[in-house]
Design a protein around this ligand. Structure first.
Ligand code: DX5
Ligand code: ZN
Length: 223
């Protein structure tokens, strides 16, 4: 049985109280931090200084998702800020192999994200360089969007490629993940689930983390 992890996104949390917001989800495996530069996506969030402050405020490891135009120049700053995993977008990276190696060399897990319309097949040979692949299930930029079912076949194909290469790469989905959609993602082969609005709009965010984990486990393939 695959180890399933829930990584709540703080994008829809109260930015004026991030330390307290993260303390509301002690059951989370990671905290997903969405870094946006207003160029790669039409939205602006925070940079390494704020991420470093957040890392100091919690024992839960941080999972940075860089939606920025120049990850080659900026990703290492997020490792140095204390993130245990750093995800760059392949559509933005100029040298994804070098970048993944650099992230690993600085001591974090290296991860590569694909927008919904970006195919996984051209990157098959990169899988051994990566600790995780993130498949966006909405167009990146905002929380609270509707889950795109059209990504499900890509989740299946990505999982099949990972099995073929015998790699331990985690497969993360991000965007519109909720109690209603998480089962479809788990069934297709995802094992790491980002959920933003589903968690932070819940009355008890930590109970929602547990419910998401249970729903994913019930749908995940058993072999
Ligand atoms: C969107 C971000 C997501 C977002 C998910 O670009 O990458 O991490 O916070 O939010 P929900 O779960 O509300 O779609
Ligand atoms: Zn994200």
């Amino acid at each position: 049985m695959r180890h399933l992890q829930i990584t709540p996104s703080i994008l829809n949390a109260d930015f004026a109280n991030l330390g307290a917001e993260v303390a509301r989800i002690p059951g989370a495996d990671w905290v997903h931090v969405d870094v946006m530069d207003n160029h790669f996506v039409p939205n602006l969030t925070f940079g390494p200084t704020m991420v470093e402050a957040l890392a100091r405020s919690t024992d839960t490891p941080l999972d940075a998702h860089l939606m920025i135009e120049d990850p080659d120049a900026n990703a290492v700053a997020y490792v140095e800020a204390g993130c245990g995993s750093v995800t760059f977008h392949v559509e933005a990276a100029r040298a994804p192999v070098r970048l993944a190696r650099e992230i690993r060399a600085h001591g974090a897990r290296a991860s590569m994200a694909l927008r919904p319309a970006t195919p996984i097949e051209p990157y098959e040979e990169l899988l051994p360089e990566l600790d995780m692949v993130l498949l966006m299930t909405v167009e990146p930029g905002f929380g609270g969007q509707k889950f795109l079912d059209l990504v499900l076949p890509k989740i299946r194909r990505a999982r099949a490629l990972m099995d073929k290469h015998g790699v331990e790469t985690w497969l993360q989905v991000d965007g519109g993940v909720s109690l209603e959609t998480i089962g479809r993602c788990a069934e297709a082969g995802a094992d790491v689930f980002v959920a933003g609005s589903a968690v932070y709009s819940a009355e008890d965010p930590d109970a929602m983390v547990a419910a998401l984990r249970e729903t994913a486990a019930a749908a995940a393939p058993t072999s």
